[in-house]
Design a protein around this ligand. Structure first.
Ligand SMILES: [Zn+2]
Length: 465
């Protein structure tokens, strides 16, 4: 038996070899006044925050293996920030940065995170945005350090249920045969949704050996676009955390892992009610919280024999489409015109296409995009798989079906932001998401294959019994 002293705890807590240890840490990342708000294609300054934004970190340790999991209340985290955060984590000397999965909740009521949009910012706005982004990797690293410093023995539990009332496939087949994203409430031209939702609501719950709540990880696929206000907020995951804290223990950490929600949002086209704002945010959060509270009664223990904690990442290259010189020249023209706006402003999808062309050419130099899939696994039962983009929900469901771990969570926007990755079926259907796609048709399916292989490899490794 080893005695370890835990920072922030008044008692020495005994940990045995083989114990799973868990630590929690968080850093406030609420944007300052003057910061542009995310979720659009133009610069708009956010109003004073309604509630605080956080980067939340959990560090797991067992028999010398350490894994970290981070969820930040932002729209996305581009690769350079991830690499910077991981370098700082490694430099801190407690855990290898590559063993930390860093995700975003896809919060649209947070700071602007898209370099292409921010390129349109000038003067003081540009200075504030740069300072915010420059500071973010250190805050992620600090949240991980805080988590590492207060580890204590933990038990692992899992439960899953279904929630069918708050999420909707946002792509619809229209009467003219086209597929449209967000065609509007009560639009008489709508025939049916173009795809499913993933109703699975899953929970990884951690407590102390004597039953004190430590953390709840909630995984559900739903675009974080309920708030819709001009004031910064962490949207429904913030209210969800409050509700679960009220039900369990205010000191418990609730971490929201965004599921594969590339084509899923909260808009019920059959309703006339307002689908965003404080009421919608509270309704969604309360429904999800109620689902989780019911799941607390169905938790099953996840056995953690010695060496049962695993973390591994797998580099993946995503092939990009080819564009002609004429297409590139036209994209530059369209983007310039969209920045000027007015009556000659290009159509929305033309602007989106121009963004995509220039992103592939200038950011990725027309070369396959180097990215990664990652997994953290608990014994032979539970896994968290991280994917590097906004992923169509069908792909996330396929990964869960193909996983050898019976309890698998899938987090999108993990360790990268490569805009949308639609399933093969959606590319010829068109509309917004395939227009933003940086990688060629079929890249989603091959990404899922790689992520499944990673889980299979981890599952095949024997666990000491
Ligand atoms: Zn999105």
């Amino acid at each position: 038996m080893t005695k370890i002293l835990l920072a922030g705890f008044s008692l020495a807590i005994a940990a045995c070899a083989g114990d799973l240890l868990l630590g929690r840490g968080e850093m406030k990342i609420t944007p300052p006044a003057g910061m542009p708000m995310g979720g659009g294609f133009t610069i708009r300054i956010g109003a004073a925050p309604h509630d605080d934004l956080f980067c939340k970190a959990i560090v797991f340790e067992q028999d010398g293996t350490k894994a970290g999991l981070v969820s930040c209340d932002v729209e996305s985290l581009h690769r350079p920030w991830i690499l910077r955060a991981r370098a700082l984590i490694t430099a801190a000397g407690k855990i290898a940065g590559d063993n930390v999965m860093i995700t975003a909740t896809h919060n649209h009521a947070g700071p602007e995170m898209t370099p292409f949009v921010l390129a349109g910012a000038t003067g003081e706005t540009a200075r504030i945005a740069k300072a915010y982004h420059d500071a973010l990797p250190a805050k992620i690293a600090e949240a991980v350090s805080l988590a590492d410093a207060n580890k204590s023995p933990a038990r692992v539990w899992f439960a899953r249920g279904e929630e069918h009332t708050v999420s909707f496939n946002r792509r619809y087949v229209m009467k003219d045969g086209s597929v449209r994203m967000n065609p509007g409430q009560r639009n008489p031209e709508i025939v049916r949704p173009a795809g499913p939702i993933d109703p699975e609501l899953s929970v990884l719950y951690f407590d102390t050996p004597d039953g004190k709540p430590l953390a709840t990880i909630v995984n559900f696929a739903l675009h974080t676009t309920a708030w819709g206000g001009k004031d910064f907020s962490a949207d429904f995951p913030s209210v969800l955390a409050t509700r679960l804290g009220e039900a369990k223990d205010p000191a418990m950490m609730t971490m929201f892992l965004q599921g594969c929600s590339g084509n899923i949002n909260q808009v019920d086209v059959n309703s006339t009610e307002k689908q965003s704002g404080p009421a919608a945010t509270n309704r969604i959060a309360t429904v999800l919280a109620a689902g989780v509270i019911k799941l607390y009664r169905k938790l099953e223990p996840v056995p953690m024999p010695a060496t049962a904690l695993r973390v591994r990442r797998q580099p993946v290259d995503l092939p990009v489409p080819e564009f002609t010189q004429a297409e590139i020249a036209n994209a530059r023209k369209v983007l310039a015109a969209s920045r000027i706006g007015g009556k000659d402003a290009p159509k929305f999808l033309d602007t989106v296409h121009a963004f995509t062309v220039l992103n592939v050419m200038e950011v990725h130099s027309a070369k396959p995009i180097p990215t990664e899939v990652q997994a953290i696994t608990f014994g032979d039962q539970a896994a968290i798989s991280g994917l590097p983009a906004e992923i169509f929900t069908e792909l996330g469901m396929a990964l869960k079906r193909g996983s050898p771990f019976p309890k698998t969570m899938v987090a999108e926007l993990a360790n990268d932001m490569l805009d949308y990755i639609p399933n093969l079926k959606a590319y010829p259907e068109g509309s917004y998401e395939p227009t933003t796609a940086r990688c060629v048709p079929g890249c989603g399916e091959s990404l899922i294959q790689r992520a499944t292989e990673l889980l299979v490899n981890l599952h095949q490794q024997p666990i000491a019994r």
